[in-house]
Design a protein around this ligand. Sequence first.
Ligand code: FES
Length: 149
Amino acid sequence: MITLTINGTRHDVSSDPATPLLYVLRDELGLHGAKYGCGFGQCGACTVMVDGRAVYSCVTPVAALPGREIKTVEGLGTIDSPGPMQRAFMDEQAAQCGYCIPGMMMRAQALLEQNPAAGEQDIRDHLQANLCRCGTHMRILAAVQRAAD
Ligand code: FES
């Protein structure tokens, strides 16, 4: 049994320690915000935060995570009460298909927690690690700039 702290709540999980966090989130805990894209740490769809830093949950084994603070997109707010990052993405209508958006929000959240004064180039550089196949990059950029204001 491995105990994970996710969005401030402790969860005992029974998965093999080598199981990537993404599978535990989605299959064992019912947290479906983080998405499976490539499974190889290349696309960013699965991005969550661990101790304030953005990580690819598809290549992060749960064995590495006890005692660490995991945050997923569900931890940013709710449908009834979206958090500032979620609100900014909605206000800028940043999503096209929306598949990449949870990962984008988590990487942007990590950036703004590390650097609340992040400027356009900081945001561009930081979001290089996440892909959007719809090509809504400019709206995503605007959303993160709005969240930073
Ligand atoms: Fe994890 Fe693509 S699914 S980086």
